[in-house]
Design a protein around this ligand. Structure first.
Ligand SMILES: *[C@@H]1O[C@H](CO)[C@@H](O)[C@H](O)[C@H]1NC(C)=O
Ligand SMILES: *[C@@H]1O[C@H](CO)[C@@H](O)[C@H](O)[C@H]1NC(C)=O
Ligand SMILES: *[C@@H]1O[C@H](CO)[C@@H](O)[C@H](O)[C@H]1NC(C)=O
Length: 383
């Protein structure tokens, strides 16, 4: 009988102690949110009774809340809501204390401890759980540690460098804006945080560096940076059309076009054949030359488009023209031939009346042929 009584008493003691001791029943799940958004940490306490549930920011050693009340002097209102707030939900036996932190700043990140203060126990014995808050920061490229323009000799070895910050640490991807392969061989080169890219045997071009922080949909667009690689090289010249036709003596003009590339940027001059020799062309009443600044979408990096307008085309304009590009590394040229046509060519021709004129011309030409041919035949018959 005594034994049973003791057992019953002991059992009752165990259950009452268990019922009275508060306990944090779940983990505090880590929260990850971008700057400016709202974070919610959940601490669920069973058997809370009259004990106090406290949130503490461990990195600053600041007590944030005691039960539902915020214990910070800094708790501004913005847009009708406090920065810090604690909301509770659930039944008495199992209450979730949700710490809400609004308008996240970088310094809000860190470890938060939720604990239940039990007067009768030493603080080391208080139920306690730690949760982490990560405040994501959109990637940005450090300008001082990132190449903007790199000028190199051909086949020399140099590094393009880049450095980026962001939380979590962003990955960096190098690509070429013109779609060509990188010196590393592929179309993309991905690295973490900082990187350098050798430009050995690199063509001149633009390298686009994308600083991609793409493992979270909430985060803003990746940061981008354009690094330009300029490789010293002699000019190249290509023509838009290697021959250009125009009718003479009717105040029509002809347009000759060439596209140059080179670094340093070449200067361009035009020459043409006059009396079997080369003669320079000057920008004057007869010729107009220009560097085209619009409509350049078809040009590759570093290319420039030059035009030479030959005004009021005359018989002696039907000859070869040279577009000559020169820089400190050398010189190059391309040839455009101008030939005679019977009709006006190009966009600036007079429109309607010319179709009638064509008909008249064609029939005249047909007459000429029919009148000529019989003579020829006869002449051969007589032989
Ligand atoms: C905390 O609970 C709220 C409400 O259920 C939820 O929206 C939030 O995501 C939770 N926080 C975490 C870190 O799980
Ligand atoms: C480029 O970077 C590599 C690796 O960091 C280094 O060994 C090399 O000396 C650098 N080259 C130049 C030209 O700076
Ligand atoms: C960076 O790349 C690694 C490996 O692909 C990936 O595990 C990580 O999530 C990436 N980080 C970011 C911020 O995208």
């Amino acid at each position: 009988m005594d034994r049973i009584l003791i057992l019953v008493f002991a059992a009752a003691l165990v259950t009452t102690v268990a019922a009275q001791d508060p306990e944090i029943v779940d983990e505090i799940w880590p929260e990850v949110k971008p700057v400016g958004r709202t974070a919610r940490l959940n601490c669920t306490v069973a058997n809370k009774l009259s004990h106090v549930v406290t949130y503490e920011h461990m990195d600053t050693n600041q007590i944030i809340s005691l039960d539902n009340s915020i214990d910070l002097s800094y708790n501004p209102i913005e847009g009708g809501k406090r920065k810090y707030e604690v909301q509770t939900r659930g039944p008495e036996s199992r209450i979730t204390y949700m710490l809400i932190i609004r308008r996240l700043r970088q310094q809000d990140a860190g470890r938060y401890r939720c604990y239940v203060k039990i007067q009768a126990l030493a603080s080391t014995k208080w139920p306690s759980k730690i949760g982490s808050l990560t405040v994501q920061v959109a990637p940005s490229i450090r300008p001082g540690e990132t190449t903007t323009v790199l000028v190199v000799d051909p086949f020399s070895n140099s590094n393009l460098t880049c450095s980026a910050t962001g939380i979590p640490a962003p990955n960096i991807t190098w690509t070429r804006s013109d779609g060509f392969k990188l010196p590393t061989g592929g179309p993309q080169f991905r690295v973490s945080r900082t990187c350098s890219l050798s430009t050995m045997s690199c063509d001149m071009g633009m390298l686009l560096l994308v600083n991609n922080n793409n493992n979270n949909n909430n985060i803003k667009l990746p940061a981008e940076h354009l690094a330009e690689v300029l490789v010293f090289h002699p000019p190249t010249v290509r023509v838009v059309q290697d021959s250009v036709g125009q009718a003479q003596n009717r105040r029509f003009w002809a347009k000759l076009e060439c596209i140059t590339q080179g670094y340093p940027a070449p200067t361009v001059r035009w020459e043409r054949i006059v009396n079997g020799g080369r003669s320079p062309i000057n920008d004057d009443d007869k010729f107009d030359f220009n560097k085209q600044t619009t409509d350049n979408q078809n040009l590759k990096a570093g290319e420039e488009w030059y035009t030479l307008k030959v005004k009021n085309v005359q018989a002696n304009d039907y000859t070869d023209y040279f577009c000559i590009a020169t820089n400190t590394k050398g010189s190059s040229q391309s040839t455009i031939t101008m030939f005679e046509t019977t009709e006006c060519q190009g966009p600036n021709c007079p429109s309607l009346p010319s179709s009638k004129a064509t008909e008249v011309k064609v029939s005249l030409l047909a007459m000429a042929i029919t009148t000529l041919v019989p003579y020829v035949v006869i002449a051969s018959d007589r032989r």
